[in-house]
Ligand binder design. Sequence first.
Ligand SMILES: Cc1cc2nc3c(=O)[nH]c(=O)nc-3n(C[C@H](O)[C@H](O)[C@H](O)COP(=O)(O)OP(=O)(O)OC[C@H]3O[C@@H](n4cnc5c(N)ncnc54)[C@H](O)[C@@H]3O)c2cc1C
Length: 437
Amino acid sequence: MFASKDRIEATDVLVIGGGTAGFGAAVAAGRQGLNVILLEATSKIGGVMAFCPGMPWGGAYPVDRIIGGLIEELTTRLEAMDPPAAEKRTCTLETFGPEIVYDHDIATLTMFEMLEEAGVRTRLNATALTPKMNETRIDAIECYDRNGPFTIRPRIVIDCSGDGDISAKAGVPYALGDASGNMMAVTISFHMVGVDWDAAFAHSDPYFSDFAGKGVAEGRLHKDLAKLYLMKGFHKETVFCNSVHVRGVDGTDPVAVGAATQEGRRRCHQLFQFLRQDVPGFANAHMSLLSPTVGVRETRKLEGVYRVTGADLARATKFPDGIVSCDNPIDDVMRSEAGMTHDAAISQGDYYTIPFRALIPAKISNLMFAGRILSADPVAFASVRGMPQCMAMGQATGLAAALSLRSGQPVQSLDVDQLVHALADQGVNRLAAFAPA
Ligand SMILES: Cc1cc2nc3c(=O)[nH]c(=O)nc-3n(C[C@H](O)[C@H](O)[C@H](O)COP(=O)(O)OP(=O)(O)OC[C@H]3O[C@@H](n4cnc5c(N)ncnc54)[C@H](O)[C@@H]3O)c2cc1C
């Protein structure tokens, strides 16, 4: 498959994937005056955020202070609208800190506007397929859209694809799931609209376990619906249903993802009927915003110069090259036959940072990665993967791209102090010695 000459483009930075990480990377690089192309395989910005519309931005407030940077800017922008399109709320689940709920459509519109303002050329419905290597550099990426193949010749590649296909094909070692290859369950979400909140949330159990147990025992709910996570949506009388998890799906296999999406929809319909019939407050509600595809939590974890571990988290490690703070619990969801865990990652009142070295491969001089494909062991991964942290990882790599291009240094040889300083200047909080704790 060869691209014709008029379908070859050069750019400073190619960001692959328009999820929260790709958004952060592209805006940050664009604001540095770089020529940036953002390639997104679907028709929308957001990634998992768009696949599970209305999912709160969790983990933005380690020890109740916002992580800063782009997520703070986006949130402030949404909060300042009339009517406000975002707000900070206490999470229903005890071990999580506060989270940001928002109007999904206005948030994605605003993210797109921020990309435009940063001068990013966003190409939707376009997929990166194959890297062309020149020893330890990526020279070009073969891509395709509905008009056929095209080629991008980037000086720097930032892989924010969640699955890391390009990094893997470029030779970056990776692990799929945990030591046995088990990945977290995938999830399909929906909203119930027209819910009487007072009646629905009169009980203190965030998982509606008694109701769900009855539904499972009577064979009206799938056995994996024994815990229903239902939370107030951003808009009044809406409820976000983040409950339908499908186990054992390899998110890198599009056929498996398609089958899981259909199975998930069936279970959502089953849950919708159950809620209306059995759970107070839902009798007159209807279903809306069903995920267009399942949200995939975990596939490849790439091997970086450094791999963040559960032990690093437990020690509340604040790395000298830390680029964002985090205190999320170990949020593990139904690997193999296991259940859900929300165990604390660190002692209460403390936080850790994610090191820049977890976002760069050992060998390829012009490649970085950000978001859920970072280099982490399964325990650390279960904590670091919140959308605010993914956006911040993206922001760090976008800025690092500018430093690398200006200095002519491979990404492995960057002056990390300079990077961390620059991030602190951009309002990212709690980075090593540069910002007050
Ligand atoms: C069901 C579910 C519930 C969650 N709940 C929460 C929550 O409540 N709060 C929270 O903060 N986090 C939550 N998370 C975690 C969080 O949503 C993800 O970790 C985060 O969104 C990952 O962002 P990302 O940008 O790294 O990857 P993704 O969001 O996966 O984005 C990757 C993007 O890359 C695109 N792409 C992939 N391959 C290519 C290619 N070859 N070419 C072009 N484009 C490509 C994809 O289409 C996608 O848009 C949840 C995750 C899931 C799945």
